[in-house]
Design a protein around this ligand. Sequence first.
Ligand code: BGC
Length: 382
Amino acid sequence: MKKRTLLSMAMVATMMVATFAGCGGGREGATETAETQTTETTEATDSAAEETTADMPGFDAGATIGISLPWLGTQNWKEAEEMFTTQLEEAGYTPLVQAADNKVTQQQQQIESMIENGAKVIVVGPVDGSQLGSVLEQAKEAGVYVIGYDRLLENTTGVDGVVQFGSVKTGELQAQALLQGLEEKKGDKPYNIELFGGGPADPNAPNFFKGAMSVLQPLIDDGTLVVVSGQTEFTQCATVDWDNAKAQSRMDSLLSGFYSDKEIDGVLSPNDGIARAIITSCENAGQDIPVVSGLDAENESVEWVWQGRQYSTVAKPTDDLVKKTIEIINSLQAGNGMPSTDVTADNGVIEVPIYELPPVVVTKDNAKEVFANDPSRLDLLK
Ligand code: BGC
């Protein structure tokens, strides 16, 4: 089958499956409501959009701005820590930046102390999207603006808006790149594949998986793709805490359990750290490297993509996300309220205004183009 045919089939499939793509998207550790809700973004009604631009009180130009990050375990969060610190200082604010080591209680305490320290805005990338409800409502009662960063804040009225890259779209891009790589590198179908998801507490993880499955499921159904282990539910494929070591040991077990007499052709990976763990596991098992997707354009994976060791990643530049967030903080500081946006997401309780940026897929073919304005990544391509 020609590449174009496979990809366009995948796109039609995306639309067909959209109606039942929720299956297999259950979340370990999430509440019943969070499990059944969809976080897909929708166009806001006029009234919802208007509400976001209502007059709101501004604050002092040197105010404290709290930044609460979930952990520093992947490059994007380390970049966020640095960029928020530098760029908020440059803008004249007093940044208070903390990371929670993937622990919900630690993050709740950090947010409480940001409120006590007089923060006017608290920007939150949650460890667990649905576990911060009361502390965020406390922040709102104290007159603090709350902005979700990179991940949705679920089951709470204590959120003014969320800045993020399209998460369902990210999963679609990962799956489309996987298909493209299989065609390019692995010859005739059918292709043996396995599926990995991210941390089940992170609202992005089921959405990445949902987007990917909207592309892959029809090709699994028609036999083009064979998930040899049969593990296709998000709960079976998720990687608790986005822990690379856990992903590597799951891959080791899949290979020893299902591939002793088979070749693995491709693996859906939700981010770069997990992609490298999967590739390492395959190398250790003496398999040829399968086509593996990724996310974040981490330096090490950009090198691996360039060397042909990892097939693809998805760029979601931290600098763009941080700049967008600071733009919103500036609007709040000036008393202009939240900027208007056409996109909202149901967080289980309210429709949250979403400020959505587009993720971009990266393979060896377009890497130079994608990183044309990112000198440090461009430098890795040699
Ligand atoms: C982010 C990814 C990151 C992952 C693990 C997700 O919410 O969107 O960029 O790789 O968390 O830290």
